[in-house]
Write a protein that binds this ligand. Structure first.
Ligand code: FES
Length: 101
């Protein structure tokens, strides 16, 4: 076992892209989860921050909602559910842009 140096990581975003089959429960994959992941990734990449702002697709984070996707930001411990593609600009402005300063 080898510890990983995460000291250069400013934030790690977890984006649920879970897709359910055979269930009536909501599924983030049905609510633009992949497009949300890509929108966030494009912004991070455009700002040259891929090594400092990490982004990971995940399975169900437990806050499924019919209106959107679940995203968590660590170590800030900020969570959103029902996040839409239209909400990405606000998430970026409030939580990612300040990391550039
Ligand atoms: S399916 Fe995304 S939080 Fe459950």
């Amino acid at each position: 076992m080898k510890p990983v140096d995460t000291s250069f990581c400013l934030a790690h975003l977890l984006v649920c892209v879970n897709e359910r089959h055979g269930s009536s429960l909501p599924s983030c994959a049905n609510k633009d989860a992949e497009a949300i992941y890509q929108r966030l990734r494009d912004w991070i990449e455009a700002h040259g921050m891929l090594s400092r702002i990490w982004l990971t697709r995940t399975g169900c984070l437990g806050w499924c909602h019919v209106q959107g996707t679940t995203v968590a930001i660590y170590p800030q411990n900020i969570w959103y559910r029902a996040l839409t593609l239209e909400d990405c600009d606000r998430l970026i402005a409030e939580h990612l842009e300040p990391l550039l300063r």
